[in-house]
Write a protein that binds this ligand. Structure first.
Ligand code: MSP
Length: 640
């Protein structure tokens, strides 16, 4: 692999699903990374695609009375069209039904079978029809047992093929421990290591054709097809020429980053590395699992009807505003909430007020007072102290953005650029250019405009991978030219050419005015039953030291169905607490969340396990929700 090659992938999405905001997010994130690396001049490759085999596809096609292939050919267009609409610049789109993929999967299977890495055995156990997976008794929902199975679980006896995954357990643990960048963020690495504490079994990789025929046939047994993950994961290498085009494979692999959602962590950090190890292929550099987009506080699901359709927002606010929101709002790794209210708030404050307003105030003045040409900034413009401070802030945004893209925190990069935009707005206001314009010596006035335009030039370039459409338009409006910005121009002051004529000013982000809702008049009647509560003084309240904490690990407490054992990061400190939330949250739900704890509670032993602190949760009737924070803040921060 050449030093400057950057290969990024998204999961390949189930072709049967209607694309939603979650799919759009991972793909946009990959797009922002790919665009940023391309601007750096790196040999970039961005792969996405669709996962097209399996029971659900087979059933959906049957229901519609069409061949499975015809069905997926129709369905895939929804993803391809959406990516076009959202300005996604993938270099390749792989479909698992393409011969370039199926052939490679078959070759890998044959090779592993020949080398004894795959064997046949009889499976006698439980099968979850809903998720199409073999499960064990401990995976059953509460209250169920082998004697009392839920409707969607059956016992089956079936001969199948298995991959010797278990034998790689020790190797994998060691590899993960020795390569901290392999699974990111850190708490996800701990989650995988937690999973690997239990014995790792071999992986069933086949389905008999009598039960599922829509899959890739096993080359050594035509009665079987390979099942889901052994097919899907291979896309990452089949697409770049594994076993087919050595030159291309050498150029791209190992992949720099597999972006995934936290739902498919185990498959990517346990199945995939062991498969690669068995094949003798190098590991990807990083597997990054981002958090979940929630609808408000709830999981998005078709049955609840709260799934956000990215097209609704792209149509109403523009593709770039949607891209901006998704990148700015999710702090990578953590869950984030998507609601119209949060969207509009961010849109109006960051885009309409700050960035949109700055560009229109500056440009309007250039048009009205300078004949619509870039004014001549003097060579000394930056020796004026306020301009120098501003330029420093702009340069900080340049450094921050570069760093944060490397560590997959575009949200922090974007925040730094917006800080520079706000600083420019302040600078512009403080210089009072409307007064300067009336002075006889026009140079200070021209300098103000020129400095603000230069700041805008750099900010527009930094936000260009996130909002290619609008930032391209802004670049034209300020006379920075057509086409992509050049990274080497970002640290140089004075790139805008004085005297260049500017096109007409067009508003970039019109402010969104939510429709007015009639407010109910406040009642003049006194409430009938006022319940008085005992009041406390502020000092009493402050005795409780509340702090933010990040949940690093979570697991059930054996023998206690209400309790979860949480490992927390509280600033520098690590601690363990026991919380009675297991009826409302699974360990998976809470890992990565930022919660609030009472940090100075005396340690207690609950069911034989030490608990140091208490978390805050709100409850009413049977409902319970954790108290969390709505913005990014480090763990260990004081609350109150
Ligand atoms: N086909 C498998 C992946 C195989 S990869 C070798 C699959 N497909 S999926 O259609 O279910 O897509 C899952 C991915 O979609 C998640 O990992 C994530 O990237 C994205 N998201 C789907 N819903 C999401 C949210 N609500 N929030 C954020 N991203 C989520 O699993």
């Amino acid at each position: 692999m050449s030093e400057s090659s950057f290969y990024v992938t998204t999961p390949i999405y189930y072709v049967n699903d209607k694309p939603h905001i979650g799919h759009a997010y991972t793909t946009m994130l990959a797009d922002v990374l790919a665009r940023s690396h391309r601007l750096l001049g790196e040999d970039t490759w961005f792969l996405t695609g669709t996962d097209e085999h399996g029971q659900k596809v087979q059933e959906a096609a049957k229901k519609r009375g069409v061949e499975a292939q015809a069905h997926v050919d129709e369905m895939v267009v929804r993803f391809q069209d959406l990516w076009e609409r959202l300005d996604i610049t993938h270099d390749d789109f792989i479909r698992t039904t393409q011969p370039r993929h199926t052939r490679v999967v078959q070759e890998i299977l044959q090779d592993l079978y020949d080398r004894g890495e795959i064997y046949q055995a009889e499976y006698d156990g439980l099968y979850d029809v809903r998720s199409e997976t073999f499960i064990t008794e401990k995976d059953l929902p509460e209250g169920c047992s082998v004697e009392n199975l839920p409707e969607h679980v059956k016992t089956i006896k079936e001969t199948n093929y298995f991959f010797r995954m278990g034998k790689y357990q020790d190797w994998l643990i060691e590899y993960i421990e020795e390569n901290p960048a392999f699974i990111q963020p850190d708490f996800r690495r701990n989650e995988t290591l937690g999973f690997l504490r239990k014995e790792l079994s071999d992986l069933c990789i086949s389905r008999p054709k009598s039960r599922l025929s829509w899959g890739i046939e096993l080359p050594f047994d035509p009665e079987y097809v390979t099942y889901v993950w052994f097919d899907a994961l291979v896309n990452y290498i089949s697409a770049v020429g594994y076993r087919k085009d050595e030159e291309s494979f050498q150029r791209r692999w190992p992949c720099q980053v597999h972006l995934i959602g936290k739902d498919i962590l185990t498959t990517h950090t346990v199945y995939w590395p062991t498969m690669l190890k068995a094949m003798g292929v190098e590991m990807p550099k990083t597997i990054f699992a981002h958090g979940w987009w929630l609808s408000g506080r709830d999981k998005m699901s078709k049955s609840t009807g709260n799934v956000v359709n990215p097209l609704d927002y792209a149509d109403r606010f523009g593709v770039d505003a949607l891209r901006y929101f998704l990148m700015a709002e999710m702090s990578l790794g953590q869950d984030a909430s998507f609601t119209e209210e949060v969207f509009v708030k961010r849109y109006n404050s960051d885009l309409a007020n700050d960035l949109g307003n700055l560009s229109s105030r500056v440009l309007k003045m250039v048009h009205m007072q300078c004949g619509a040409v870039i004014p001549a900034g003097s060579g000394e413009a930056l020796s004026e102290p306020a301009a120098a401070v501003l330029w420093e802030q702009v340069q900080k945004a340049v450094t921050d953005m570069a760093e944060k893209i490397q560590v997959l925190r575009p949200d922090l990069g974007v925040a730094s650029v917006l800080a520079a935009v706000r600083e420019t707005n302040k600078y512009f206001g403080a210089r009072e250019p409307w007064k300067q314009a009336k002075e006889e010596d026009k140079q200070p006035f021209f300098d103000t405009l020129y400095v603000a335009m230069e700041a805008l030039r750099v900010c527009a370039a930094l936000l260009y991978p996130v909002m290619p459409g609008k930032m391209g338009a802004l670049r034209k409006q300020i006379g920075a030219g057509e086409g992509d910005p050049k990274v080497e121009d970002l640290q140089v002051f004075g790139k805008l050419v004085s005297g260049t004529s500017l096109p007409e000013v067009e508003g970039l982000f019109p402010r969104y005015q939510p429709p007015k809702v009639e407010k109910a008049k406040p009642s003049t009647q006194k409430p009938a039953n006022v319940v008085t509560v005992e009041e406390i003084s502020i000092d009493e309240f402050f005795k409780a030291k509340l702090k933010t904490a990040t949940v690093l690990e979570a697991e059930k407490v054996e023998g206690a169905d209400k309790l979860l054992k949480l490992q927390l990061e509280v600033g520098e400190e690590k601690r363990q607490i026991i919380a009675g939330i297991a009826k409302h949250y699974t360990p998976e739900d809470v890992i990565g969340k930022m919660i609030i704890i009472v940090s100075n509670l005396k340690p207690a032993t609950i069911r034989g396990v030490e608990s140091h602190g208490m978390l805050l949760a709100a409850s009413k009737g049977k409902k319970l929700t954790l108290v969390t924070v709505d913005r990014e803040i480090p763990s260990g921060a004081k609350v109150g």
